[in-house]
Design a protein around this ligand. Structure first.
Ligand code: C2G
Length: 131
């Protein structure tokens, strides 16, 4: 069984996120999502989420491509997550290109950056709604 992991906030879930999850799943049979906790978002990403961690987890768990959702509580947990879950592929959008190459050096996982879906983002949604 090939295992894949990805991480994110996934707040105001949209088709760009779904496209990423769908493509990530194509690398294996089991997709784990490291979902940023409310505290991690606020303290580390300075992002206040619209939906709480529990609501965002519920949404992600309802997506056919997602097999397991775990909390992302800090930047440092990635290599231990990859080892703990015997992950083969670490997949992120290419806005993160290069940022997680260390995972490939420190584990058996292969790091893959996939093109983001253009023209959609949570910021875009919020701006459009405020027009
Ligand atoms: N994404 C995408 N296309 C978009 C928007 C997002 O492919 N139009 C991808 C991002 O590249 C990321 C994933 O969807 O791989 C989740 O996006 P966010 O929720 O914005 O996650 P982010 O804030 O980038 O947090 O430790 C890693 C971080 O937790 C990633």
């Amino acid at each position: 069984m090939k295992r894949v992991i990805t991480y994110g906030t996934f707040d105001l879930l949209h088709y760009g996120h779904i496209n990423l999850l769908k493509r990530a799943k194509q690398y294996g049979d089991y997709l784990i999502v490291g979902l940023s906790t409310d505290e991690f978002n606020w303290n580390e990403k300075h992002k206040k989420t619209y939906f709480s961690y529990e609501k965002r987890k519920q949404l992600l768990e309802s997506i056919r491509y997602v097999d397991l959702v775990i909390p992302e509580e800090n930047w440092e947990q990635k290599v231990s997550d990859v080892n703990e879950f015997h992950v083969d592929y670490f997949v992120m959008g290419d806005d993160w290109t290069g940022k997680f190459d260390f995972v490939q050096e420190e584990s058996n996982a292969k790091v893959i950056y996939l093109p983001r879906t253009p023209e959609i983002s949570t910021t875009q949604i919020k701006n459009d709604l405020n027009r």
